[in-house]
Design a protein around this ligand. Structure first.
Ligand code: AMP
Ligand code: MG
Length: 316
C-alpha cells in the first residue's frame, strides 16, 4: 500500500483524525520538518512509528501538544523556567524536556522524562485541536535519513505512511532546539532552529552537553558523530570545495560567497541556509551523485545546528 498526500482542508483533517483515533499514524507539517504523528497514549500507534521509521527503541519521541495546559498534564513537574520559555517561544521550534507524568508510558524510551513542544504551524495546530490528542511525532523519514521538509519527501522515504497532510515546505526546515530543564542549569540536548543567544535572553546560562559544542565555534569532528540526517550519497566535509577532487558523480553543496560551478548554492544567512539544507540534499540524492562535497560552513554559534546536522550526515 502506498500513502496519499491530501490537502489540509476540513476533509483532510477529518480523515487524519480518524486514522489517529484508530491508532494508526499520519504525517503532518510543522514549521521545523514534517512529523510522523501518533496518539502519544497508544502503544500500538507508537509501535507503528518505530517500525515504519526503523527507529531504534532507545531513541525517545517528542510529544506535540496544542497548548501549555496540555503540556503540563503530561509532566510530573513543571518548572518556572518552562513557563517562561513557553511564554516566549511557544508555539515554536523549542522542545522542553521535563519530568514525565507517570500515566504516560511508551514515548520516552524508558526515560523518566518527556520532551514536549507546541508546533508553530497552522495545520499541526488544527490537527492537535481536532483530534484532542497529544501527538508523538519524530521526523517523518527512515531512521538516519534526511528529514522531510515537504509532503513529497515524506512519501519518498516512507511510502507506507497512509496519509500525509500537505502544508507546503516547512519554514524553518531544521529540527527544534531541545533543552533539558531537569538539570540545575538548562542543558542543550540538541542544537536546532532556535539559536542559543535567543534562549539565553530568557533562561540565563545554558549548559552544553559535549566538548564538541563547548564554545559553539569548535570544529565538529564528523567521524565521531553518530550517523543521522544522511543522504544516500557519501557526504564529505571539505575546507575548500573549489579545490577538492571531483568526478562526474560528485555533487557540491556550498553557500553564497564560496560559489562553485554546478553546485547547490545555499544562502550565507544561517536561517535561510537551514531552511534549504534538507531540500538541497534531497535534490543531490535525486541527481544520482555518489558523493557530496560539503563546503565547510562558517564558525560561530549561529551555525551550530547546521554544523551538527552536516557532521552527523558525514559520519560513517
Ligand atoms: P526527532 O523526533 O527524531 O527529531 O528526535 C527527537 C529527539 O528529541 C531525540 O533524539 C532527543 O534528542 C530528544 N528527546 C526526545 N525525548 C527526550 C527525552 N525524554 N529526554 C531527552 N531527550 C529527548
Ligand atoms: Mg529525525
Amino acid at each position: 500500500m502506498t500513502g496519499r498526500i491530501v490537502a489540509p482542508d476540513d476533509g483532510g483533517i477529518a480523515e487524519a483524525v480518524e486514522l489517529l483515533r484508530a491508532e494508526s499514524v499520519v504525517a503532518f507539517p510543522t514549521e521545523t520538518v514534517y512529523g510522523l504523528g501518533a496518539d502519544a497514549f497508544s502503544a500500538r500507534a507508537i509501535g507503528e512509528v518505530y517500525r515504519l521509521k526503523n527507529r531504534p527503541s532507545w531513541n525517545p519521541l517528542i510529544v506535540h501538544v496544542a497548548d501549555v495546559e496540555a503540556a503540563r498534564k503530561l509532566a510530573a513537574e513543571w518548572p518556572a523556567a518552562a513557563d517562561r520559555l513557553a511564554a516566549a517561544f511557544w508555539p515554536g521550534p523549542l522542545t522542553l524536556v521535563v519530568r514525565r507524568a507517570e500515566h504516560l508510558t511508551g514515548v520516552g524510551a524508558g526515560n523518566a522524562t518527556i520532551a514536549l513542544r507546541i508546533p508553530a504551524h497552522e495545520v499541526a495546530l488544527r490537527l492537535l485541536a481536532a483530534s484532542g490528542l497529544p501527538l508523538a511525532a519524530p521526523s517523518a523519514n527512515r531512521s538516519e535519513g534526511i528529514s522531510p521538509t515537504t509532503a513529497g519527501h515524506v512519501l519518498r522515504s516512507l511510502p507506507d505512511v497512509p496519509l500525509v497532510l500537505d502544508g507546503g515546505p516547512s519554514s524553518w526546515g531544521i529540527e527544534s532546539t531541545v533543552l533539558d530543564l531537569t538539570t540545575a542549569v538548562p542543558t542543550l540536548l540538541r542544537p536546532g532552529a532556535l539559536a542559543l543567544r535567543t534562549l539565553r535572553d530568557v533562561t540565563g546560562s545554558i549548559a552544553l552537553r559535549d566538548a564538541e559544542a563547548a564554545d559553539g565555534t569548535a570544529r565538529p569532528s564528523p567521524g565521531m558523530s553518530r550517523r543521522h540526517y544522511a543522504p544516500r550519497a557519501t557526504l564529505r566535509w571539505v575546507g575548500d570545495a573549489n579545490r577538492a577532487d571531483k568526478t562526474d558523480k560528485t555533487g557540491v553543496l556550498t553557500y553564497e560567497g564560496k560559489e562553485v560551478e554546478g553546485a547547490e548554492i545555499l544562502s550565507a544567512d544561517p536561517r535561510e541556509y537551514a531552511a534549504d539544507l534538507y531540500a538541497a540534499l534531497h535534490r543531490l540524492d535525486d541527481a544520482g551523485v555518489t558523493e557530496i562535497l560539503v563546503q565547510e560552513p562558517p564558525d560561530g554559534e549561529d551555525w551550530l545546528a547546521i554544523r551538527d546536522r552536516l557532521s552527523r550526515a558525514a559520519a560513517k
